[in-house]
Design a protein around this ligand. Structure first.
Ligand SMILES: NC(=O)C1=CN([C@@H]2O[C@H](COP(=O)(O)OP(=O)(O)OC[C@H]3O[C@@H](n4cnc5c(N)ncnc54)[C@H](O)[C@@H]3O)[C@@H](O)[C@H]2O)C=CC1
Ligand SMILES: O=C1[C@@H](O)[C@H](O)[C@@H](O)[C@H](O)[C@H]1O
Length: 335
């Protein structure tokens, strides 16, 4: 049985997901696409896929059994609510939404529907190295986690399109989510420190040091640098009571030549997390085929949104901004 999927948003990641859904993964077919730029949707549409004028028409269509949202963050809420109203499983790229109120509306709609339909694109949870790191922490031999250092460096970001809020509400959300998941903890407060501005990004506020205070007392120390130039560099190290566990550097061919001995660094997220994205969709296809979702939930999207909101407040106030969450709805108890 083929799962007939409709993809909304055919920009960078939309095209990459269409490639994996058509050329890499099985049990799935891209039956429809939509983008506010119709020419981009037409160019990205695989053979035989229908191009819709609007996301609403795509979501409502009988051709589409499940939806993949790859539009810009602020557009996600409306599209998610339409999918939930239609009762269709939906994979939504991060950030799930861009405000606390929007996250509450998505969770309210899904809990009223009564079954999980939403999976958020926090792909690090599907990365084999992060999974092994979590298994070591959960195994308990190192004792309680005390400090997690999360380094998140982008070579560059699209000039003009990527604004000064985005290191916190678009990029940091990955570190927020992976920290909560790795440490099995909840973030209760956020501080932000601003080193001197990198001249590489013009007026863009970059880099950021973000401290996530967790309910257990553990602290996550995040570096967000989005114009580091040399490559896409993701690192993580957990200091526990009796030892340290770290993500390995990605293995790459070792090149020796007149310039020395070196390994290449991934250019961007598409290269670094290629297997993780494949795996997140493998698991989504199975769940969506059963009319539901798996992995990162709307609750996780909500938690990451609260961290982003608190971080944005912390930039303004310079203070430790506290986070208060609603009680976890029963629908997300197992997630
Ligand atoms: N999980 C990950 O590692 C990554 C996630 N993302 C997320 O994916 C989303 C898209 O990012 P990119 O592909 O890099 O952006 P992009 O700008 O390359 O593409 C976005 C596309 O969505 C379309 N679009 C925007 N609003 C729309 C609407 N209301 N209806 C229909 N189409 C609409 C745009 O015309 C554009 O073609 C963002 O939420 C971003 O944060 C992006 C890169 C990596
Ligand atoms: O999600 C992603 C992008 O949208 C974001 O802009 C980058 O900073 C992240 O590293 C990438 O994983």
């Amino acid at each position: 049985m083929m799962l007939r999927v409709g993809v909304i948003g055919t920009g960078m990641i939309g095209q990459d997901h269409i490639r994996r859904l058509t050329k890499v993964l099985s049990g799935v077919e891209v039956a429809a696409v939509a983008d506010i730029a119709r020419d981009r949707a037409e160019a990205a549409a695989p053979e035989g896929a229908e191009v819709f004028d609007t996301p609403e028409a795509l979501i409502a269509s009988d051709t589409v059994e499940a939806v993949v949202i790859c539009s810009w963050g602020p557009a996600h809420e409306e599209q998610l609510l339409a999918c939930i109203e239609a009762g269709k499983p939906v994979f939504c790229e991060k950030p799930m939404v861009t405000s606390e109120e929007a996250a509450l509306r998505v969770m309210a709609a899904e809990t009223a529907f009564g079954r999980r339909l939403v999976q958020v694109g926090f792909m690090r949870r599907f990365d084999a190295d992060y999974r092994r790191l979590k298994a070591v922490i959960d195994g308990g031999t190192l004792g309680a986690p005390l400090i997690y250092k999360s380094i998140h460096r982008n070579a560059s970001v699209p000039e003009g399109l990527y604004t000064s809020e985005m290191p916190l509400n678009d990029t940091l959300v990955h570190d927020a989510d992976i920290s909560r998941w790795l440490l099995s903890d909840e973030v209760t407060g956020v501080e932000v420190r601003l080193p001197r501005r990198s001249t590489r990004g013009g007026e863009l506020r970059d880099p950021h040091i973000v401290l996530l205070h967790c309910a257990s007392g553990a602290i996550v120390d995040v570096e967000i640098s989005v114009n580091i130039g040399y490559g896409y560099d993701i690192r993580g190290e957990v200091s526990c009571e009796m030892g340290v566990a770290a993500l390995p550097n990605r293995p790459a061919t070792v090149v020796s030549d007149q310039y020395g001995i070196r390994q290449t660094i991934p250019e961007d997220w598409r290269e670094r997390f290629i297997e993780a994205y494949d795996q997140e969709f493998r698991e989504w296809i199975v769940a969506a085929g059963q009319g539901t979702a798996t992995g990162p939930s709307a609750w996780d999207g909500y938690a990451a949104t609260l961290v982003a909101d608190a971080a944005l407040r912390a930039v303004e106030s310079g203070a430790h901004e506290k986070i208060t969450m609603i009680d976890k709805p029963a629908l997300y108890a197992a997630a």
